[in-house]
Design a protein around this ligand. Structure first.
Ligand code: EPZ
Length: 422
């Protein structure tokens, strides 16, 4: 298994390009199931999760042309879908596989999808997905860890979500595009990835309005047609590099970044003392001495994103003063805390609340990645720790970051990937 080795003490400077958004690409690629026409996508990131999604779509019978790794371009055609089952071996490695349920049900009237099960950051049930589909007339049963769903023809329904779940909003929005009548999703997730999926569905002929707000209306149509779409830049990768610049006291231009999608996060970074400026070419972040301790609470969009909580915690761990970080979205998203404490951080946990007391500096150590965003926070910590940090199990990192060690090295980091065959 690969590890990443970092010699701390460098300052990040220069310009860094962004990959396509992972959390937009996964539902968008899956939405190709809704039409028999060819769908073309650009700026698709070459990530492990994208490869898992393509393996799943291929197993269902979707034709895949072009290779993402080559140039980010991908063509999918779901005119020969012969399978309706998303198997456990794929769904267990990537929860987003569960998003094939809505499209398969809407287009073919049946689907058998493994339930994702828990993961490192929490139990992550799918009850909101299933309740919404039942409101649309689906007959759903569960056995042997699988969800069986059937519906001759889904019908539009009023669906109040108990929680603004991103995945449930995406699954239900896709299902509703081919239902009979109007679906109204209330308390919908408002993340930018929802608006991007809605834009792609609209380009395919769906009738969707209100995406990005808390009420989304979808008027069902008989069929959807093909689409050509370029993915937007990755919002969480943007925030990750912004923290890296602030953390190392550097000066980094994150090219093509969309500052408007990260306002709550940017406000907190400024509160901690970093300078964040919008420029024609993207967002520039310059460090400004030691950060100030700042309290953070993660919330559904437009609040502070849970996917940037671990990264912010690293900045707070070497700030002046203390910070309280409250994780309101997932019940166990502090797996990075023990590892950071092994590097000399002073973080104590009390339920979903972490108290971070800033220390003068971290010390390099061998640490282990447990989930995608925890692993990148350990890389960030290695950038400022004294001495060498080795992050093992970086396959977690490869799920959501394309060549992050190359990008950081080009910004001046002393970082390399090593193959540990243990
Ligand atoms: C998406 O996950 C993202 N993944 C996550 O990013 C992100 O952290 C999360 O949204 C929140 O923003 C993708 O987009 C592929 P949710 P998702 O449904 O859809 C509970 C990353 O690092 N819930 O909004 O699974 C759930 O348990 C990943 O890129 C239910 O209770 O998130 C969780 O506590 C990690 N019942 C909360 O809602 C349900 O039916 C948020 O889950 C569904 C969700």
């Amino acid at each position: 298994m690969d590890s990443i080795v970092i010699e701390g003490g460098t300052v990040l400077e220069g310009a860094v390009p962004l990959g396509g958004s992972k959390n937009a690409a996964l539902p968008v690629l899956i939405s190709s199931l809704l039409t028999a026409d060819k769908c073309s996508y650009d700026r698709v990131p070459a990530l492990r999760d994208v490869r898992t999604t393509l393996r799943l779509l291929s197993r269902l019978g979707v034709t895949i042309e072009r290779d993402v790794v080559a140039d980010g371009r991908l063509e999918l055609t779901a005119d020969k879908v012969h399978e309706r089952e998303a198997p456990y071996d794929l769904v267990k490695t990537m929860r987003a596989s569960f998003l094939v349920l809505g499209p398969l049900l809407a287009r073919f009237g049946e689907a058998r999808v493994s339930t994702p099960g828990g993961c490192a950051i929490g139990s992550r049930p799918v009850d909101l997905h299933l309740q919404g589909l039942e409101r649309m007339g689906a007959v759903i049963s569960q056995d042997h860890g699988y969800v069986d769903a059937r519906a001759r023809k889904l019908r539009g329904a009023a669906i109040p979500l108990a929680f603004p779940s991103v995945g449930a909003t995406e699954n239900l929005m896709m299902a509703a595009t081919l239902a009979r009548g109007e679906t109204v999703i209330r308390n919908a997730a408002r993340e930018p990835e929802i608006a991007e999926l809605a834009a792609v569905l609209t380009k395919m002929g769906a009738r969707v309005s209100g995406a990005g707000g808390e009420v989304i209306r979808i008027e069902g149509v008989d069929e959807l047609h093909g689409v050509s779409h370029e993915m937007s830049p990755d919002r969480i990768e943007t925030g990750t590099f912004m923290v890296g610049a602030a953390l190392t006291g550097g000066d980094v231009l994150i090219e093509d970044a969309r500052a408007e999608d990260l306002e709550a996060f940017t406000a907190k970074l400024r509160e901690a003392g970093a300078r964040v400026e919008r420029e024609a070419g993207g967002v520039r972040v310059t460090g400004n001495g030691r950060a100030r301790g700042t309290d953070v609470a993660t919330l559904p969009y437009p609040g502070f994103p849970t996917d940037l909580q671990a990264q912010m915690m690293v900045l707070m761990s070497v700030s002046d003063g203390a910070s309280v970080i409250t994780e309101n979205i997932f019940e166990n998203r502090f797996m990075h805390v023990q590892e950071l404490n092994r590097m000399g951080a002073r973080i104590t946990l009390d339920g979903n609340r972490a108290t971070v007391r800033g220390v003068a500096e971290l010390s390099g150590a061998p640490v282990m990645a447990t989930d995608l965003r925890a692993s990148v926070s350990l890389v960030l910590a290695g950038l400022v720790a004294r001495g060498v940090t080795e992050v093992s199990r970086v396959y977690h990192l490869d799920r959501g970051y394309e060549d992050i060690e190359g990008k950081l090295a080009r910004l001046g980091a002393d970082i390399r990937r090593v193959d540990r065959d243990d």
